[in-house]
Design a protein around this ligand. Structure first.
Ligand SMILES: Nc1ncnc2c1ncn2[C@@H]1O[C@H](COP(=O)(O)OP(=O)(O)OP(=O)(O)O)[C@@H](O)[C@H]1O
Ligand SMILES: [Mg+2]
Length: 281
């Protein structure tokens, strides 16, 4: 579904991504792991159109999408979530979901929604969809809560909900498990699995929690120091010497087979606009 071909990215003198190639097969939940600063988020940013690669190509369903901006990719069904959730903190959970298709269709459904009398059939469908997404993610009870008041895990669920409001078929998730407690982690895992199995979503997931990666992802690609160093099922990677060394070497955030530190913020200069600190649950 996505083909990453010889993609590299330099920031000044720093080569954050070096000649990385792999595929995300349609219908898969593909994993992307590696120690802090390995270049994982930078690679996502290039695939998702935040900035173009210095060299290399990205294909989506066989078509070259290299350097296409985020909104163009959105229309092609490719969306991503951020390592640190990007919710509108002063809007309610329901409103956060309402405004997603507004951006997509270039019309302000949110204002239409405020003027109840003028709500059209299409808007009614959006409201129904919001209710359906809230129920699917089991967050109906916080629908009218300000998004800023949610726990870290609930924000990650809301992020997933926002992708569900679009017609996304290819979703890039940057650390869906970061800063999430065990209970909500189970919910997030289940939601991803159900979206994949029941609704045909393809996922590429960056994650430090190896238990979550094992449960969700096959295959898994490993990056270290900007390079792709190994690929395969998680069970094999756990035994791979090069992979173990990458995690045990400098800058590692966690060891293979052990869940890494929770509530971790992003590394410095992670290429994400308006990043805030990760919030614990
Ligand atoms: N916009 C930027 N400008 C300069 N350097 C950057 C930028 N974005 C990322 N980097 C650097 O590129 C390298 C890779 O960072 P990246 O955020 O992609 O790592 P990561 O694998 O996502 O790490 P983590 O697991 O901590 O999120 C790091 O050295 C980082 O400091
Ligand atoms: Mg990252």
């Amino acid at each position: 579904m996505i083909q990453i071909q010889n993609v590299s990215k330099s920031f000044g003198g720093l080569q954050a991504v070096k000649d990385v190639s792999f595929e995300v097969a349609k219908g898969s939940v593909t994993g992307l792991i590696g120690p802090n600063g390995a270049g994982k988020s930078t690679l996502f940013n290039m695939v998702a159109g935040l900035f173009p690669p210095t060299s290399g190509r990205v294909l989506l369903e066989g078509k070259d999408i290299t350097g296409l901006p985020t909104h163009r990719l959105f229309h092609r069904g490719l969306v991503r979530t951020f390592q640190v959730p990007h919710e509108f903190s002063r809007m309610t959970v329901r409103e956060n979901l309402m405004v997603v298709p507004a951006g997509q269709r270039g019309e302000n459904l949110f204002h239409a929604w405020l003027r109840w009398g003028k709500v059209k059939e299409q808007d009614r469908q959006t409201l129904e969809k919001v209710d359906e997404v809230l129920a699917f993610l089991e967050i109906t009870h916080v629908a009218d809560e300000l998004a800023g008041n949610l726990s870290g895990g609930q924000k990650k669920l809301l992020d997933l909900g926002r992708t569900m409001m679009t017609d996304a078929r290819m979703v890039l998730l940057d650390e869906p498990g970061a800063g999430v407690n065990r209970t909500l982690l189970g919910k997030i895992r289940e939601a991803i699995q159900r979206l994949n199995r029941e609704r045909g979503y393809t996922f590429c997931v960056i994650e430090h929690d190896m238990d979550l990666v094992s449960a969700l992802c096959d295959p898994v690609h490993v990056m270290a120091n900007g390079e792709l160093i190994a690929s395969g099922p998680m069970s094999e990677l756990r035994r791979n010497e090069q992979v173990r060394e990458a995690y045990l070497g400098g800058g590692a955030s966690g060891r293979m087979g052990e869940p890494s530190a929770k509530n971790k913020g992003p590394s410095a200069g992670n290429g994400e606009p308006s990043a805030k600190n990760g919030e614990p649950t």
